[in-house]
Design a protein around this ligand. Structure first.
Ligand code: IPE
Ligand code: IPE
Ligand code: MG
Length: 266
């Protein structure tokens, strides 16, 4: 007979795999594809939206832990340009979530010195979602600690296309004397362009739920990111798993197309 083993046992084992060493450098910019809310709810015979609600609690916990560890930018993929394909009821719930999230969490974010930012096509969000987002950005704008960057109605192909269109407009004003288009110019026009240059590209990308794909997230910026996939569903993701992902990152040899450094060969 088939026996159901709660998935939790599986990732407790995974969590022990990579030891996190607080004395080693940690990624300054971590980006997370928060996936698996629907399955988490379905496993409990709950409506999918119950998973989104629980996922919001995980966002709070992980934000605090990342900030305490000294992460400089935490980018969270919350809603993609493709997620509008979902049933209206689920989309409506997801558009209400930022309102509830910021209402309850902004005072803590202020206490934690965390600054809220949002990247995505925010103009197409419902008015109440836009207002909640604007309010949170404004209320936390003087904070100087970790940047909590939500990708909301974000899609990387549309991001790149919009940046190229904007550059095309700007450059067409030059007529014949077109300046050279550089990586830095494109980088500045992307939605991560508000970040200082050294922080624009995530050093570590985490995806939960066992899916091993990028789903239109930060296509330009992840050229040399380290990727970490865990089977844990987003509502079950916790501080130990975040440390596990960072531990895995710490053990990797990042070569950027070059060769191992001399010290590493010894
Ligand atoms: C991630 O969880 C949250 C969003 C994409 C908004 P899902 O809703 O995709 O959960 P699964 O993948 O269906 O389990
Ligand atoms: C990616 O998850 C988007 C977010 C986490 C917001 P999806 O659940 O939408 O991705 P696919 O459809 O499995 O690729
Ligand atoms: Mg999903």
């Amino acid at each position: 007979m088939l026996r159901f083993f709660p998935q939790k046992d599986k990732y407790i084992k995974e969590a022990a795999e990579h030891e996190f060493d607080p004395s080693l450098p940690i990624p300054q910019h971590i980006a997370i594809i928060m996936d698996g809310n629907g399955r988490w709810a379905q496993n409990r015979r709950l409506p999918r939206v119950a998973g989104h609600k629980e996922g919001m609690e995980t966002v709070k916990k992980i934000t605090k832990h990342a900030s305490h560890l000294g992460v400089k930018v935490l980018t969270l993929y919350a809603f993609s340009t493709e997620n509008w394909k979902r049933p209206n009821e689920e989309v409506d719930f997801l558009m209400q979530l930022p309102v509830d999230f910021f209402d309850t969490f902004v005072p803590e974010l202020i206490k934690e010195n965390v600054q809220v930012k949002v990247m995505g096509f925010t103009d197409s969000l419902p008015a109440h979602t836009q207002e909640a987002v604007k309010r949170a950005i404004d209320q936390t704008k003087d904070n100087t600690g970790m940047i909590l960057n939500f990708a909301l109605n974000y899609g990387s192909r549309a991001e790149i296309l919009t940046a190229v269109q904007a550059l095309y407009e700007e450059l067409s004003a030059y007529g014949e004397a077109l300046p050279e288009l550089t990586e830095d110019m494109l980088g500045t026009h992307l939605m991560t362009g508000f970040l200082p240059n050294a922080l624009r590209d995530p050093e570590l990308v985490i995806r939960t739920s066992g899916e091993e794909r990028i789903s239109n997230f930060l296509l330009w910026q992840i050229a040399y990111s380290e990727l970490f996939f865990t089977k844990a569903l987003w509502p079950d993701f916790d501080s130990a798993l975040l440390e596990d992902a960072i531990g895995s990152f710490q053990q990797r040899n990042r070569r950027f197309g070059g060769l191992k450094t001399k010290e590493e060969e010894e």
